[in-house]
Design a protein. Structure first.
Length: 104
């Protein structure tokens, strides 16, 4: 998903000493866009990367959902959060591996 791609790009950029140019070339995204994502991530964490356009209608219609639909949405939210945590763990392990390799 777009959110996961943003998160990956931000983690890559942070893991590489905020090298926006390198990240822009690797992921074919503009330097300024990556800069903005990193800034939002640093200010608001992963929540800062969520695209909120068009959300107001969905939030107001939440009251009209059945309990089952609400639970299905909650499951999807938790699955997305789980993916975020898995991505974070992957990057932490990657950074730790790079640090160990550079000490040798």
């Amino acid at each position: 998903t777009i959110y996961n791609e943003r998160l990956e790009i931000v983690h890559y950029t942070l893991a590489n000493n905020n090298n926006y140019r390198e990240a822009a070339e690797k992921y074919q995204v503009s330097y300024s866009q990556i800069y903005n994502w990193v800034r939002k991530y640093e200010q608001n964490g992963q929540e800062g990367l969520v695209d909120r356009r068009g959300r107001k209608i969905q939030e107001t219609s939440l009251d009209k959902l059945s309990n089952e639909e609400k639970l299905e949405r909650r499951i999807k939210e938790l699955e997305a959060h789980n993916q975020d945590l898995a991505a974070e763990n992957f990057f932490i392990k990657k950074i730790n591996g790079l640090e160990k390799a550079s000490r040798k």
